[in-house]
Design a protein around this ligand. Sequence first.
Ligand SMILES: Nc1ncnc2c1ncn2[C@@H]1O[C@H](COP(=O)(O)OP(=O)(O)OP(=O)(O)O)[C@@H](O)[C@H]1O
Length: 284
Amino acid sequence: MNNNIIEVRCLSKTFDNKKALKNISLDIAHAGITALLGPSGSGKSTLLRHLSGLALSDKKDGTEIRVMGELVQARGRAASGVRCCRARAGYIFQQFNLVNRLSVLTNVLIGALGSTARWRTLTGRFTAEQRRQAMQALERVGMAAFAGQRVSTLSGGQQQRVAIARSLMQQARIIFADEPIASLDPESARTVMELLRDINEREGIPVVVTLHQVDYALKYCQQLVALREGEIFYQGAADAITSEALTALYARSRPLSSVAGAADAGSRASALSFVTGSIQGQPS
Ligand SMILES: Nc1ncnc2c1ncn2[C@@H]1O[C@H](COP(=O)(O)OP(=O)(O)OP(=O)(O)O)[C@@H](O)[C@H]1O
């Protein structure tokens, strides 16, 4: 048994005539937080949706995706155990995917539905133990004081913290986060990334996150998978990506060759400011 949280073999995805992912193979080891990076349209969200079983690949022999050792899909078909895989994965999206008209506590309790008897689900009843666990999860993310409040009254950063509490309630074995900080102010973005890091370190839950902000990726993530035009451009340690690779990743036209190698802190910092020049509120 290996130590990979993600194993992808020969993954291609075509939308109409557009190839969004081009024969990607990838292993991600269980080590900290992994960022999916790349310019807009490079395929980050499409890859994440395939990993989480929310999208099916092109039907092609040899295509296979495993998460935490479990088969999610093969040859463009969902694996028989995919519901179970989905139930054990936490999802955090840019648009908060919470039920606005329900309370914070109920939204967290929804995370327990996978392990709740069907009759209880239908009658909307949760056990006292589940309520205790949900409150504990809210305390963990610093949102216990908001338990009775409707989600629609919360800020974006607070909603992301509730989504993280729901993943904890769900006893997620892995968390997939798709641009979780894209709509947040810098302070809230930092809080959310710090919370993900804390959960990753203390609960040992691996996190795979798509990010637009390279500086956040370098600060909070240990591993990078960079995509460009549907192909893997760089995969490796966050602290080993070079300034040249970062610059080439976001260059408008395709570079002559992919560059990766040992990092040079000085030139990396200048490349970083080039790459993130238009982004406000970098992490401090
Ligand atoms: N449902 C869809 N139907 C048609 N084309 C799609 C669909 N989803 C994604 N695409 C296309 O696939 C390519 C990759 O899109 P994807 O959203 O994965 O990129 P991304 O790197 O996440 O971009 P962004 O950073 O802007 O969110 C794009 O060209 C996009 O237009």
